[in-house]
Design a protein around this ligand. Structure first.
Ligand SMILES: [Zn+2]
Length: 133
């Protein structure tokens, strides 16, 4: 017999069918999904439900990193280490994409430009970080 965690995982998969575009969802489908989501919420509040333990723990930020953008590849693979890091000094602002090595660098007065370029790159970068172990 399936336990609550299995039921929740199966129902969650049914709630998010990857092959059904949003425009093809009928009102009845939407109402059924809402009812299922409410049931899941009730189940999830039960004492026997334990969230999956495979949630990655982000590593602490290195010294000097003042902002971070998770890359598209990091989002797709649930890799919290696939980031574009911003380093600021008194005079320079530098962006470095850890998975692919893309970089941008300007005077600190142009930090906004570095942030914007870093966010734009992170939103497109699908490079995978080299495994460390
Ligand atoms: Zn990159």
């Amino acid at each position: 017999m399936a336990d609550t965690t299995d039921l929740i995982q199966r129902a969650t998969q049914l709630l998010n069918p990857a092959d059904t575009p949003a425009r093809d969802i009928t009102k009845a489908d939407a109402l059924a999904r809402i009812a299922t989501a409410q049931a899941l919420h009730t189940l999830a509040k039960n004492a026997d439900y334990q969230p999956p333990a495979n949630k990655p723990t982000p590593e602490p930020w290195p010294d000097g990193v003042t902002a971070r953008f998770l890359t598209r590849g990091g989002i797709l693979t649930n890799n919290q280490n696939a980031t574009v890091d911003i380093h600021d000094t008194a005079h320079r602002s530098t962006a470095l994409c850890r998975p692919c090595g893309w970089a941008d660098d300007h005077g600190i007065d142009y930090r906004d430009k570095v942030l914007s370029a870093a966010q734009s790159h992170a939103g497109q970068c699908t490079a995978l970080a080299q495994p460390t172990s």
